[in-house]
Write a protein that binds this ligand. Structure first.
Ligand code: SF4
Ligand code: SF4
Length: 82
């Protein structure tokens, strides 16, 4: 196991997502991955993995306003598989 720190988190309004994937490369630590599942409109949507910095890049790039971004007061540690 290895430890990853998150300094922030996001909410993702997956039902608004059109699956354009613009947010995936826009995320500097690359902690967004498209889902295997599809929303009610038939599109895959991003899911958050540990390591978000709260930078807000996803919020700025998403044309459908799917993201809200929150900063933690203190970083949160996650144990993840290597
Ligand atoms: S806030 Fe920044 S680090 Fe977190 S998911 Fe969005 S782009 Fe990635
Ligand atoms: S940028 Fe917005 S609409 Fe495009 S895949 Fe990401 S969350 Fe969905």
């Amino acid at each position: 196991m290895r430890a990853i720190e998150s300094r922030g988190t996001v909410t993702i309004a997956k039902q608004l997502c059109k699956g354009c994937e613009l947010c995936i490369p826009a995320c500097p630590p690359r902690v967004l991955e498209m889902s295997e599942a599809h929303n009610e409109q038939g599109f895959p949507y991003p899911e958050l993995r540990p390591g978000c910095t709260g930078c807000g890049a996803c919020l700025l790039v998403c044309p459908d306003f799917c993201f809200e971004v929150f900063l933690y007061r203190e970083p949160v540690a996650h144990e993840v598989a290597p």
